[in-house]
Design a protein around this ligand. Structure first.
Ligand SMILES: [Cu+2]
Length: 219
């Protein structure tokens, strides 16, 4: 059933995205709890019309409905901040890749490894096994199960480098160098898009990562 699959996020391909999905499910459970209890009280009170006639200056109930939402917010905020902190760290990467946003394509550099740089343009012709407005001519090839660092910047306007399967989205700002850590769990092809309205062809600068095992990558 592809319809139900499309309602959820893409499959997680990094530990970060896996944790983000756990956190999403956790907050959805709290949300369902709140929604059902509020719905229950609404129905209950609409059938008992004068239930709150004497509900004036009741300190206890006021304390409860102040403290309870506070606790719920803490249960959401703590794991959220924890995750944010974990996502920010860069742990001794083996490789640094530079990603530069242009109007309207991405440019990549493997500056400390082989001194390779290349442009990554969208494929305009639709072939039988290609994805429309998602395929590019030169994929970004990265090794799996390795800590990577990506430095992101732009030459013209603000772009945003986003890869949903990895749980990453970071702005490419001219004159600034943003840093992000990547860890890809498995070999495969991952699709992303520029996520900052950057001009006329904003929709046509996709990102494709081709992740391959480390021993293939070195060759
Ligand atoms: Cu852009």
């Amino acid at each position: 059933m592809t319809m139900w699959k499309n309602l959820n996020s893409q499959d997680a391909t990094s530990p970060t995205m896996k944790q983000l999905m756990f956190f999403h499910d956790h907050s959805m459970m709290i949300l369902i709890l709140i929604a059902t209890s509020i719905f229950y009280f609404m129905i209950y009170m609409s059938f008992n019309f004068y239930i709150n006639r004497f509900l004036l200056n009741k300190q206890n109930i006021e304390i409860i409905w102040t403290v309870l939402p506070m606790l719920m917010l803490i249960f959401i905020a703590l794991p959220s901040i924890h995750l944010l902190y974990l996502m920010d760290g860069v742990s001794n990467p083996i490789l640094t890749i530079k990603s530069i946003g242009h109007q309207w394509y991405w440019m990549y550099e493997y500056s400390d490894f082989k001194n390779i740089e290349f442009d990554s343009y969208m494929n305009k012709d639709i072939k039988i096994n290609s994805f429309r407005v998602l395929d590019v001519d030169n994929n970004l090839i990265l090794p799996t199960n390795t800590h990577l660092r990506m430095l992101i910047t732009s030459t013209d306007v603000i772009h945003s480098w986003a890869m949903p399967a990895l749980g990453k989205k970071i702005d490419a700002i001219p004159g600034r160098l943003n840093q992000i850590n990547l860890l890809i769990n498995q070999p495969g092809i991952l699709f992303g898009q520029c996520s900052e309205i950057c001009g006329a062809n904003h929709s046509f600068m996709p990102i494709v990562i081709e992740s391959i095992p480390m021993n293939f990558f070195i060759k």
